[in-house]
Design a binder for this molecule. Structure first.
Ligand code: THG
Length: 293
């Protein structure tokens, strides 16, 4: 099976390209520009104060993010307008490509319109209506898309049902909307381990089967796994290399945390995605130099 390469691009300043693939280093998507559960950030955004976004960009770029997820889901705001504004602000601060994260179709469209480059749209589900509304936008703006294998009922708890829904998504996206396989990223669905200690096994089985059946690229919300548990960072730092070994090619994650980011970089080396260990050695020399200076 040839490796599918998902190309994301930012063209606001200097052109920057990120390529996802099973033969490539893992792609770190910074999760932080998201007001969910952050009361103060929500209040600031409602008041038109976007300064926290600038801090979040800086910290995630410094931490090693390759792509930035931008979600502006704040109740009682004009989400399309706010998301477009946030995307313009992020692109004025960094040349990292953006993952446009919203459940509101109008916000996704406003975000795509504001974005300069080749974006990642987050997300569709296997529901006919979501695909009908969002996939034409993905095609028109020449973007890539994240698809969640759940339907109207609820999140499927078994891998068989998830694989069936991935099949449906792939058929509709490629057959009806002419979207290339390399532009479909599947989210195999990462759930909190604190609720049920089998959920990671299910996610890992789903990842393996997606890799072997279609060779698609994948991403997931890595912080979901440790939600509500103590020792969140070590759980994240352990989960990601396991998922990478199964075939996960990117994650929406806490790019500010050195423990989690270093464990991803170590797994890149150990899985043969860091030729000669050059990135690993360079990162450790830079760290030593920073500690000395
Ligand atoms: N799949 C896809 N997209 C996603 C998710 C996913 N987007 C949103 C989310 N899940 C991933 N993004 C975040 C962003 C921030 C946080 C977690 C996930 C976060 N959470 C704190 C926590 O978990 O305790 C709560 C807020 C806080 O206290 O700061 O920060 O699964 N495709």
């Amino acid at each position: 099976m040839p490796d599918l390469h998902t190309v994301l691009r930012s063209t606001a300043g200097t052109t920057r390209e990120v390529v996802l693939g099973h033969d490539k280093p893992f792609t770190i998507i910074g999760e932080r520009i998201n007001p969910t559960g952050r009361k103060l950030f929500q209040e600031q955004l409602r008041a038109g104060d976007l300064s926290a976004i600038e801090r979040d960009v800086g910290a995630q770029v410094a931490g090693g993010a390759d792509v930035l997820d931008v979600n502006m889901g704040v109740p009682l705001t004009d989400e399309p307008e706010l998301l477009a504004k946030a995307i313009r602000l992020v692109q004025s601060r960094t040349d990292l490509p953006i993952c446009i994260d919203s459940s509101v179709v109008e916000a996704l469209e406003a975000g795509l319109d504001a974005y300069q480059g080749r974006a990642l749209v987050n997300s569709i589900t296997a529901e006919d209506e979501r695909m009908e509304l969002i996939l034409p936008l993905v095609k028109r703006y020449d973007a890539a898309v994240i698809a969640l294998p759940n339907d109207a009922d609820e999140i499927p708890m078994g891998a068989d049902k998830r694989i069936e829904l991935v099949g449906k998504i792939v058929d509709v996206a490629t057959g009806t909307y002419g979207i290339a396989l390399e532009d479909i990223l599947i989210d195999p669905l990462a759930m909190p381990i604190g609720a049920d200690t089998q959920v990671v096994n299910t996610a890992l089985e789903t990842i393996l089967r997606i890799k072997h059946t279609w060779g698609l690229n994948m991403t997931l919300g890595a912080s979901n796994v440790s939600f509500g548990m103590p020792g969140r960072h070590v759980l994240g730092a352990t989960f990601l290399p396991m998922a990478m070994t199964a075939g996960l090619t990117s994650a929406i994650m806490d790019a500010r945390n050195p423990q989690i980011v270093e464990s991803v970089k170590a797994a890149d080396l150990l899985l043969g995605h860091d030729d000669w260990g050059m990135a690993w050695i360079a990162a450790h020399r830079a760290k030593q130099a920073a500690e000395a200076g």
